[in-house]
Each structure stands twice: as structure tokens, then as C-alpha cells.
Design a protein around this ligand. Structure first.
Ligand SMILES: [Zn+2]
Length: 389
């Protein structure tokens, strides 16, 4: 997903309405939107029951207007009192009517000031799991954008400890497993990014964060330019790596990510579909792709939901997961993504089983945990065998 200088994502201008999503309803009362509907081949209940895994969600993009105002009041932030920020309702309205990237940057920069203390980050992480619990989320690899926080004088420890506390509380209340990783901005200079990696390193070495990704505008920032930073991160204890590539960038960026950076996970990678040989190479290398279809549509970067290269990936053997990217700003939580994909593609039960199974395979977790996730999938498949299919 596109990223601003402070690391918050861009919502889809007027496109939210184009796909019939109401972000306010999705966040506040998912059952309103998820009333049983008719989808080709499988039922809404089957889609909801599938054990879902997210590999690509920026936690800052889960901030709801309601939580924003709560944090602003708690931290005596008065700069949100005027104009667009007068009430949660007016802010939801803004989320549905962005007037371009500059408008979004202006709004999101103001929002970040509400995060000041460990408890604020805890509330943000917990709110994501609370909302996703309804959707059948069972495991999430959650990323955060440290530079959007430490640049305001917040310590890395405050951010990471707060997020981890919220995720741990969510595990207790909703039984959703999580891991945390960091994501740097490709648009920042490398000296600054290296300093951020140094601040993150002790947390990577302690296992508090498990990996490193990179987001940001792709134009003019080919993945190969970041090879020194990825090598450095490997040398200081990071275990897993990914990068946004091929969202708006050409197939060559996907190739660079897979073969110059030697990564086995790439975020988006949708432009690879135009090169069958590249798809074959990605499958051969077992490169895993995190697809964020509503994000692509709402941002206007790639057609409609039905234009996603999901069948091309499946046919070529490229494993992928379905993800929200930024659930609040981009129109909905993980169940919405699954339902919109089903609405567009009409996958059968076996294909959904394969997609979820591949999502398990591509996770940065232990073999034991993967076995546990597979048992959850098998239980759903047994439960729904022959029902309403
Ligand atoms: Zn993203």
C-alpha cells in the first residue's frame, strides 16, 4: 500500500462508495454488513468460519475515529478540535471522501499526535483484534511503522511494549495469535533507516519483533537499492523479511525483491501477472505473496476486485494470502476482504481450502503452530462438508 511520510496509508478517495462499503458500519457493527448473503458456490457462514490469517496489515491503519477521539481526550490533544475532526461522524465522512493524497497526508499527520503513551498503543492493538475476532481471524503478523512514532520523540520501547501488551490482551480475550514486525519507509534516506534498524535491533534479538518490511512509494525506489539495508538487518538479528513491490511498480521490481534481495515474501506483487515466466520463477522459489485486493481497488491502483491475478497465482502455484492492508482507511476488516473476493471470483470450497492452507504455509511461525492452524482448517472443512455448498 502507498505510504505517506509518516507511515499511514491512503484510503480510496471516492472509490469506497464504488464497492459499496461503509467503513463506519464495518468498524462499529460488523453484523450489519455481514448479514447472510448469496455468493457463488459457498455460503457467507462458510467464509466467515474459515480460520483467517493476516500477513499484511499496518496497525496504524486500524485506528478508528472513535478510538482517535478517545485517545485525544485522554491525552489532552486539542489540535483535533476543529474542522474535519469535530466528531467521529465527520471524520468517518472524511475517510469516505479523500481529496487526493495531500489531503490524506494532512489528516493522517494530525491523527498520529494522539499516540503518546504505552497505553495508547495497547488500545490500538487490542481494538484491531477485538474487531477481527468476529471475522474468524486466528493469527496475524502485525506490522507497525516506527518512524511515524519515534520521529515525534516517542521511544521505541513505548511503541513496542504498548503494541505487544494490546496483542497479548487480545490473545487472552479472543484467542488470536499474533507476532509483531516493523516496516520502514522506502522514501527515507538510508542513514535514517539504518538508525531506525539500530533502535529496533535489541527488540529483534529479544524476539519482541520477528521481522522487517519496507513500504512506501515505489516510483524511483527499486528493491535492489535496499540490499545493503536488508543485509544489515540480517546481521543484527532480524529473522524474516518482506517488501512492498509490484503494487504500482513494474514486474522487474518483483524480480529484484525475490532474487536480488533474496526474499521469500513480497507484499502485493500484482504486476508479476504480466510475466508468466516470472510467476513460474516465484513458484519455483516458493515466494509467498500478500495480496491486499480492497486496498488495490480503493486506491485506484489496479482495477476492480475481479481483476486481481488470483487465478494466475493459483494456476502458476504462487502461494498467497488475502489481507486488509489498512482496515479502517481502506474499507473493511478481513472478512470483508474474503467476501468481496468470493463475490468476484466465486471460488469453490476446495479452492478456499487451498488458499487458507497456503496462508498457513507462508506464515512466519513454528511448525507446531502451523500444525495447530491446519487442525483449525480441517475442523471447519469437516463441519461444512456437504452443507449449503
Ligand atoms: Zn501495505
Amino acid at each position: 500500500m502507498l505510504r505517506t511520510a509518516i507511515g499511514v496509508s491512503l484510503c480510496g478517495f471516492a472509490a469506497c462508495a464504488a464497492v459499496g462499503l461503509d467503513t463506519r458500519e464495518l468498524a462499529a457493527n460488523p453484523s450489519v454488513v455481514y448479514a447472510p448473503g448469496t455468493y457463488p458456490n459457498v455460503s457467507t457462514d462458510f467464509i466467515r468460519a474459515l480460520p483467517k490469517i493476516e500477513h499484511h496489515m499496518h496497525i496504524e491503519g486500524a485506528l478508528s475515529p472513535e478510538l482517535l477521539f478517545k485517545l485525544a481526550e485522554r491525552n489532552n490533544v486539542t489540535s483535533l478540535s476543529a474542522g474535519n475532526f469535530s466528531t467521529p461522524d465527520t471524520l468517518w465522512e472524511r475517510y469516505r471522501n479523500w481529496d487526493g493524497l495531500a489531503d490524506f497526508v494532512a489528516v493522517s499527520e494530525q491523527e498520529m499526535v494522539v499516540f503518546q503513551h504505552e497505553r495508547d498503543y495497547e488500545d490500538l492493538a487490542y481494538s484491531y483484534l477485538e474487531r477481527s475476532h468476529y471475522d474468524g481471524l486466528v493469527y496475524a503478523e502485525v506490522n507497525f511503522l516506527p518512524e511515524g512514532h519515534i520521529s515525534r520523540g516517542i521511544s521505541m520501547e513505548t511503541v513496542i511494549r504498548g503494541l505487544r501488551r494490546g496483542l497479548e490482551r487480545g490473545k487472552t480475550d479472543f484467542d488470536i495469535d499474533t507476532q509483531l514486525f516493523a516496516c520502514f519507509s522506502k522514501t527515507h534516506n538510508h542513514t535514517r533507516t539504518r538508525a531506525t534498524i539500530d533502535k529496533l535491533a535489541p527488540f529483534a534479538q529479544a524476539g519482541d519483533i520477528i521481522g522487517l518490511g519496507a513500504a512506501g512509494n515505489e516510483d524511483g525506489f527499486p528493491p535492489s537499492e535496499f540490499s545493503d539495508l536488508y543485509s544489515y538487518a540480517r546481521s543484527v538479528g532480524f529473522q524474516h523479511f518482506t517488501i512492498h513491490a509490484g503494487e504500482t511498480g513494474p514486474p522487474s521490481y518483483v524480480r529484484e525483491a525475490a532474487f536480488d534481495l533474496n526474499l521469500t515474501r513480497i507484499d502485493h506483487a500484482i504486476s508479476a501477472r504480466s510475466e508468466p515466466e516470472l510467476l513460474r520463477q516465484l513458484a519455483e522459489k516458493d515466494v509467498f505473496v500478500t495480496v491486499c485486493r480492497l486496498s488495490n481497488v480503493l486506491l485506484g491502483v489496479d482495477g476492480q476486485v475481479a481483476d486481481a491475478p488470483l487465478r494466475e497465482f493459483l494456476d502458476a502455484g504462487v502461494k498467497f494470502s488475502l489481507n486488509t492492508d489498512d482496515p479502517t482507511f481502506l474499507g473493511g476488516s478481513i472478512l470483508t476482504v474474503y467476501l468481496k473476493v468470493q463475490e468476484a471470483f466465486g471460488f469453490d470450497v476446495a479452492t478456499w481450502e487451498r488458499i487458507v492452507s497456503n496462508s498457513i504455509d507462508g506464515s512466519w511461525t513454528t511448525d507446531e503452530h502451523k500444525d495447530s492452524l491446519r487442525r483449525k482448517l480441517e475442523a471447519v472443512m469437516r463441519q461444512w462438508d456437504g452443507k449449503e455448498l
